[in-house]
Design a protein around this ligand. Structure first.
Ligand code: NAI
Length: 327
């Protein structure tokens, strides 16, 4: 049988961690013939939650689950990790200044990045879910200079999946008919869900749905979907966020084929996005590496929207650099 893959989940005592680990252990992420070993990282206050989840994992008797280990030490948790899912963070709370938010996360993602650099497996792949996800990924990446930069990514797949679902609903088409949507930029209110190159059953999406809707209400609805979920459900997106993180890793590791998706990856300067920023792009994976889909036409409207989101990423990067959080 195959060697288990070691998957480290941070924030394992929290909501998204809980919604993620059972599906990973069932084979939904890496396939029905790939055993997994889970490493759950928490801070002391979150440890009981992670312990409880580990008890439930045992009670599922998953045939693919080769082991579960808990730790509150990043070095131990990332030792030998093949996949690192960085979910735990310090998200913004009411009245919190940006500097405080970034500092609190620098204190989490700097040490975790360093531990990944020192202890993880040579093939380690990292996805950051905890917000502000793009900049947290940048902080972690900067603390692991010996790990190839393209192994650090942030989650914009939830935004992408929301964009697919909302377009399919508007067009009255099955989601499987939709391709070619891009989420550009930051996982924040400035993100740009772009239908310029999208198709529905092979037809240009902008010929199927109203173009004013596509470049107006649609963008707002996707970007504010998280707030809509909180309003309706009385709690933040959890299962859909976990699902998106699993989609991201599965596509990254197993490949997308010709299908396109979106992921925040370290820019090599594609589409004029400054090199080194962790920004969302149109991507495919050949299995193991994300490739930015190049050569798409970008009109003036899209250029402005992408520019605004990238400007926000630049200002976050400059702020964490000034705070000394890039190592
Ligand atoms: P939660 O508050 O239920 O769980 C977070 C857990 O992380 C807590 O158990 C906490 O103890 C733990 N934690 C905090 N610092 C840690 C550290 N240094 N090491 C290990 N664990 C640590 O939050 P939830 O709902 O699970 O969300 C997690 C994060 O995901 C939040 O930052 C949220 O904003 C973000 N998020 C991102 C999305 C995206 O699309 N990128 C979508 C939805 C949520």
């Amino acid at each position: 049988s195959r060697t288990p893959v070691t998957v480290t989940i941070t924030g394992a005592g929290g909501q998204i961690g809980y919604a993620t680990m059972f599906r990973i252990a069932s084979g939904a992420m890496l396939g029905a013939d790939q055993p997994v070993r889970l490493r759950l990282l928490e801070i002391p206050q979150g440890m009981r939650g992670a312990e409880g989840a580990a008890l439930e994992l045992a009670d599922c008797a998953f045939p693919l689950l080769a082991g579960v280990e808990l730790s509150d030490d990043p070095g131990a948790a990332f030792d030998g990790a093949n996949l690192a899912m960085l979910i735990g963070s310090r998200p913004r709370t009411a009245g919190m200044e940006r500097g405080d938010l970034l500092s609190a996360n620098g204190a989490i993602f700097g040490p975790q990045g360093r531990a990944i650099g020192e202890r993880a497996a040579d093939d380690v792949r990292v996805i950051v879910v905890g917000n502000p996800a793009n900049t947290n990924a940048l902080i972690a990446q900067q603390h692991a200079p010996d790990v190839p930069a393209d192994r650090f990514t942030a989650l914009t797949r939830l935004d992408h999946n929301r964009a697919v679902g909302l377009l399919a609903a508007e067009a009255g088409a099955p989601v499987s008919d939709v391709d070619g949507i891009t989420i550009w930029g930051n996982h924040s209110a400035t993100q740009y869900p772009d239908l310029s190159d999208a198709t529905i059953a092979g037809r240009a999406a902008l010929d199927v749905v109203d173009a004013d809707w596509a470049r107006g209400a649609y963008i707002d609805r996707v970007a504010k979907r998280g707030a809509e979920i909180i309003e309706v459900r009385g709690g933040s997106s959890v299962a859909s966020a976990a699902n998106a993180a699993i989609d991201h890793v599965r596509d990254w590791v197993l490949g997308t084929g010709e299908r396109r998706t979106s992921a925040a990856v370290v820019s090599r300067g594609e589409y004029g996005v400054p090199e080194g920023l962790v920004s969302s792009f149109p991507v495919r994976s050949t299995g193991g590496a994300w490739e930015v889909v190049e050569g798409l036409a970008v009109d003036a409207f899209s250029r402005e929207r992408i520019g605004a989101s990238v400007a926000e990423l630049v200002s976050e990067r400059d702020a964490v650099r000034e705070l000394g959080l890039l190592g």
